[in-house]
Structure formats: C-alpha cells, structure tokens
Ligand binder design. Structure first.
Ligand code: UTP
Length: 519
C-alpha cells in the first residue's frame, strides 16, 4: 500500500527526513516536537500515521472551511503559511438567498413514466452496470445499541436485521432483473460496497461472515472504511492526542468520496473507484443503513437518472410540517443544494406556494444516484468545497510544556463533510419525489421514542407489507401481522398466491409454502 505522502524508504517504513520536511513545509513541523523522546516501538506507528495523513490536503481543508465561515475581509487574519491563493468558496449562496426547488427539476415516482424507467433500470442491472453503496460508518449514538445499526433487530416476525433486509432485496432484485432480461439468475450480480468506519468495520465484517453473507456471493460484497481527519487548533495546527499520536476524528458521511479513492484494505491497492472501472460499473445507488424501507438499487430511480443522463440524483419526500427537522433540497444560485433544518430561516420554512403546500418541501433522505464518471470528478470539487467546522473541546498534549490538557472551552475544531456537499457542483441534479410511506422511515432514536424509533420502523415496514398483501387480495383477522420478507417480494410484486387468503395468525412469508401455516 502506498502512503499518501509517498515517502517510503527502502526498509519499508516511511522516509523520515522527507516526512519531516513535508510537515515543516506545511507549517505543521511541531508534530515532531516529542519525536526524540519516543521509543522505537512508538516511533514506527507514529511515522506510519504521519505518512498516512496528506498534510497539504489538511491545510487546504482548513483554509477552505475558514474561508466559508468567515466574511471575506477576515481572511487576512489567518496566519501564514496557511493562507494560500487558492481560497475558494462553495458556489452556494446563503440559505437566505435560496429559492424553492423548481417544479421542472423534479419528477415523481408516481408518474406514468415510472414503468419505462423501471425497464431501463432493470436492463442496466441485468447488464451488470449498476452497483449498490451502503453508508454504514455511523455509530448510532442516539439509538444506543452497542452494535452497528445494520445489525439491529426491529422485532419483526422473521427477526431479520436491517442488513439482512438490504441483502435480501439485492438478491431479489438480481432475480427480477435476470427474469426481465431473460438471463440466468446467477449471471446477474449487484456489487455491494459497504462503507464502514474504525468503530464499525470489524464487527460488521464478522456479522456478514457469520450470516454467510445472507446468501450473497461473498466476492460481491466489498467492505471499505471512511476516513478520519486530524482535529485542528483554532489556528489550523494539528493537535497531538499523545506525544506520538495525532488527534483524529471521523470525516463525516461525506468522507465517502475520499474513501472511494483509498485502498479498501491494507492488503490491496484496489479502491472502490478502481473496482467500479475494472468491472465496467457505470451507475451507483447510495443509501443509508437506517432506512428500513430503502429500495436498494431501485430500478425506477436508476432508470429515471439514466434516462435524464444525470450525473447525480437524489430522492426526496415531502416535508410534513415547517418544524420537521429534515434538510431540504432548494435552488441555490444556478444549482441545487441542501439547506439544513437549522439553517433554514423560519420565514422560508413556513413559506407556502399557490396551492398552500410548503414552498421548501423537498426533504432530503440521503438516497443518491451517481455515475462512476461523476465520482471520478469529486476530488477536483473537494478542492473548492468547504468542510463544515464543528468547534469542540479537544484534549491534547501542549507543545510548549508537554502537559496533557483537557480544555473547558472549545479549543479547536473537527472537520466534516456531508454527503450532499457535492450537490452545488452538479450542473443538473435529478430529483425524484417518492412516497414517504413506501420509501422512508429512519431508525435514529432509542426504543420508546416518539419518532424514528425501532417501533416506528417496524410499524412502517409491516404497514407497507400489509398494503401489498391487501392489494394482492388477502384479508386479515384483527391484530394479525404478516411480514413479507424480501425473499418473497422486492416491492409488492409476485404475491398473487395470497389472493383470497384470510390470515388468522401472525408470522412471516418468504414464499407460497409459508402461507398455509398462517391462514
Ligand atoms: P446519522 O447522521 O444519522 O448518524 O447517519 P448515526 O451514526 O447513524 O447516528 P447518531 O447521529 O450517532 O445517533 C446517517 C447515515 O450516515 C452514515 C450512518 O451509518 C447512516 O447510514 N454515517 C454517518 C456514516 O457512514 N459515517 C459517519 O461518519 C456518519
């Protein structure tokens, strides 16, 4: 594996002199202050850590983040050498200047065109040009489960976890696409890229192995890991967590883009991007682990974006009330961008259109389409993009005294990118409105919470499946809950065999053989 600074020496470790020089040139030479006091056993890992950090990129991220935060005139206050000529702002105007998403930018999954989009999407899947990308690097602190969110058991009759549901949908979709194209099931493969993070990787990989990849071919599942960035002091200096350790923090779910360019593990040079190219995959559906209703690789959405020749697309649902805490996609200058709930001025949140609907209605659900060609270009965008600054109390080693400090006030910053930060750079984002009841129910909060809890996820998933069964001609005795697992149906199709059946017992059906026990 190559180091990001490219400073290797013939003994295998990084070239120390070159590394020191790179940090000094970047104004970050202080990280070597305690070098001579470290034991050789400490120096090795520290040198490897320093070599893995692209210090010029860190400086650039700091400059851009500060430039986006400060009025232009304040930039002169930044200490050299961190002020460069290439300070550039995101092209996105402020939330106050934003306008509603124009109707012309949006289509609906209810449209009569949806059947055609579905055909296009299924064909692309059958041709092997579509992959799935899962964001599963979050720690789910609000949910409070010790395991990664994808392992969460919602208490469904089948006891399937969120990961199991998503895998099942992938398998089912492979079969549907094969059938659609007249191919053999085994000849249609959807590659599944699973983004984890330091805290979630090992346990996620072990769980997939334990579950035998939920019946998928393990070769089609690629784990990779989002990155971390050094935390910085308020004047842009790297902070040391220990004399031989940089303080780092996860780089946000937008860390996805940089992670696509890094080797997926320490034993290979393969990156997600190189793999996409090697396999001729042109289209990617990306989604969050915590939406139990997610239509993984939704052929309607994929087909819609392909037909529009979109580089990047986003699904939205209608915001319910002005105070709902969701970000909305809005017009920001020539492009579209997400305005976070906390940034949307109240007057805009409450603004209504001629029909009395919310003007800023398009709630972003982090459910995206990309072309591989677009993902290739994100690195160039990142140079112009501003990371978000989160000011924090960061425990660190004081460079002058060598003392470990635990500040009482924020003394520095963590830098994060959000997955939607690329939108303002997309010439024509393709937005598809979908039904919330059919496609979005987030798992965010602990059991017993009023919204976005395990109970609401379970309720929304079973309610959808009940609608499918009713539409197929089934009826239910009072209080009976029947789960339709992804083995039985991807999106409500293929349930003709329940016509005329009256369910009197709760349980799960994965195919026609399971019906008799429940009627
Ligand atoms: P959230 O922002 O809701 O975070 O993630 P979370 O970790 O799930 O929950 P809290 O905030 O700690 O309670 C939305 C999606 O983005 C992914 C999550 O896994 C989830 O799919 N994510 C979040 C990452 O992949 N990496 C991150 O650093 C953060």
């Amino acid at each position: 594996m190559t180091h990001s600074n490219g400073h290797a020496n013939p003994n295998g470790g990084p070239d120390l002199a070159a590394l020191r020089q790179a940090y000094e040139e970047a104004g970050q030479g202080h990280v070597f202050t305690f070098w001579d006091k470290l034991t050789p056993a400490e120096q090795g890992p520290f040198a490897a850590e320093l070599a893995s950090i692209d210090v010029k990129r860190v400086n650039r991220i700091y400059r851009n983040a500060m430039a986006a935060e400060a009025p232009a005139a304040d930039l002169t206050g930044l200490a050299p050498p961190l002020v460069g000529k290439d300070i550039s702002r995101s092209p996105s105007p402020t939330p106050e200047e934003a306008g509603p998403l124009p109707a012309s930018a949006v289509a609906s999954s209810d449209s009569p065109d949806a059947a055609r989009w579905r055909d296009v999407g299924l064909r692309a899947i059958a041709d092997g040009t579509v992959a799935v990308l899962l964001l599963a690097g979050g720690q789910g602190s609000r949910l409070g489960s010790p395991n990664p969110k994808g392992m969460y058991d919602l208490g469904l009759p089948s006891s399937k976890s969120l990961f199991a549901y998503q895998a099942g949908r992938i398998r089912k979709l492979q079969a549907l696409a094969a059938q659609h194209a007249g191919k053999d099931d085994k000849d249609v493969r959807l590659r599944w890229y699973v983004m984890t993070s330091g805290p979630t990787r090992a346990v996620t990989e072990a769980y997939f192995a334990e579950m035998d990849y939920f019946g998928l071919d393990s070769n089609d599942v690629v784990f990779f890991e989002q990155g971390v960035l050094p935390a910085l002091s308020n004047d842009g200096k790297l902070l040391l967590a220990a004399p031989g350790k940089v303080f780092t923090a996860p780089d946000g779910n937008g860390g996805l883009y940089a992670a696509l360019r890094r080797p997926v593990n320490a034993n290979t040079d393969m990156t997600v991007l190189s793999d996409l190219h090697a396999r001729g995959i042109k289209y990617i559906h990306a989604y969050c682990v915590d939406n139990c209703l997610v239509k993984v690789a939704d052929p309607v959405f994929v087909g819609y974006c392909i037909e529009r020749d979109a580089q990047c697309g986003a699904k939205v649902v209608r915001k319910t009330v002005p105070t709902e805490s969701v970000g909305v996609i809005a017009k920001r200058g020539e492009a579209y961008g997400v305005i976070e709930y906390s940034e949307l001025p109240t007057a805009k949140a409450e603004q209504r259109d001629d029909k009395g609907d919310l003007a800023f209605w398009a709630a972003n659900i982090a459910n995206h389409f990309y072309t591989t060609a677009f993902l290739d270009t994100v690195e160039a965008m990142e140079r112009k993009m501003a990371f978000h600054i989160a000011r924090k109390k960061i425990p660190h080693v004081d460079i002058a005294s060598g003392q470990q400090l635990s500040p009482a006030e924020p003394n520095g910053m963590k830098l994060e990118m959000f997955i939607f930060d690329v939108f303002p750079f997309v010439p024509a984002l393709s937005v598809l409105e979908v039904s919330r009841a059919e496609e979005f129910s987030g798992l965010k909060n602990a059991p017993g919470s009023k919204s976005d809890s395990p109970e609401t996820s379970r309720r929304d998933l079973l309610a959808q499946q009940r609608r499918w069964l009713l539409a197929a001609g089934a009826t239910f005795a009072d209080g009976v809950e029947v789960e339709v697992t992804p083995e039985a149906s991807y999106g409500g199709e293929g349930l003709e065999y329940v016509a005329g059946k009256h369910f009197v017992r709760s349980g799960a059906i994965s195919g026609p053989d399971d019906v008799a026990a429940l009627v």
